[in-house]
Design a protein around this ligand. Structure first.
Ligand code: PGA
Length: 247
């Protein structure tokens, strides 16, 4: 089995203005000082920052992801942004199905399936997010819920360019991280599903997300099948983001 390079992805959510985002990248690059990391870095800023950040990131080992997209190609969809538009301004990845999209904006499996497909059809890489709520975990349904989200979201997926992010909803922004054992057992489960579903399933990076921070990154990243982290709050500061990448 080929080793999957680990990925540290920062999800800025609805934070950081253009000048703050530019300052972040400049600080990060100066801290890196030309040093190559063994892990890949990705950042998911707001749409409004993508175009300006792209030239700062290109060729410097920082990939750009959008946080959302429309599945439609173009037309009368006020307020929406197509995959082609995101590609045009420098995004190479798109987060799909983040729990905030599912819970606050009511995005359902059927819509997410269309989005995942649109991202791949548009030549970008979906970062498909899955995860159970606290209630679901407590009632012993965590594995079932996550596998059903994967099953339904990836039902029409045929590209081999895919990243999965396991983000237990109860761990997002709460300071409560899954234990390394929780993460490991879910990641093993997800890997089994991916391998059973796709001939290339063993090559899909599976990221963990949910209160990942410098203090717990090394332990999480040491777990089998944890191929990286999707970091929210701790990705807003270049120093803590880099600490995680170096953990
Ligand atoms: P958090 O967010 O690290 O702030 O918990 C993670 C995410 O939502 O991707």
């Amino acid at each position: 089995m080929t080793a999957i390079p680990q990925i540290i992805a920062g999800n800025w959510k609805m934070n950081l203005t253009l000048s703050q985002g530019q300052e972040f990248i400049d600080t990060l690059l100066s801290m890196l000082n030309g040093k190559e990391l063994s892990r890949e870095l990705l950042l998911a800023p707001n749409f409004t920052l993508l175009q300006a950040l792209a030239p700062r990131c290109t060729g410097r080992g920082i990939g750009l992801a959008a946080q959302n997209c429309a599945f439609q190609e173009s037309g009368a969809f006020t307020g929406e942004t197509s995959v082609a538009m995101l590609k045009d301004v420098g995004a190479a990845y798109v987060l799909v199905g983040h729990s905030e999209r599912r819970q606050i904006f009511g995005e359902r499996d059927e819509l997410l399936r269309q989005k995942v497909r649109a991202v791949a059809d548009g030549g970008l890489v979906p970062i498909f997010c899955v995860g159970e709520t606290l209630e679901q975990r407590q009632s012993g349904e965590a594995f079932e819920v996550v596998i059903s989200q994967l099953h339904s979201g990836l039902a029409e997926f045929s590209s081999s360019q895919l990243i999965v992010a396991y983000e237990p909803v109860w761990a997002i922004g709460t300071g409560q991280t899954a234990t390394p054992e929780d993460a490991r057992s879910m990641h093993l489960h997800i890997r089994k599903f991916l391998e059973a579903q796709f001939t290339w399933g063993e090559r899909v990076p599976i990221l963990y997300g949910g209160s990942a921070k410098p203090e717990n990154a090394a332990e999480l990243l040491a777990q089998p099948e944890v191929n990286g982290l999707l970091v929210g709050g701790a990705s807003l500061d270049p120093e803590s983001f880099l600490k995680i990448a170096l953990a």
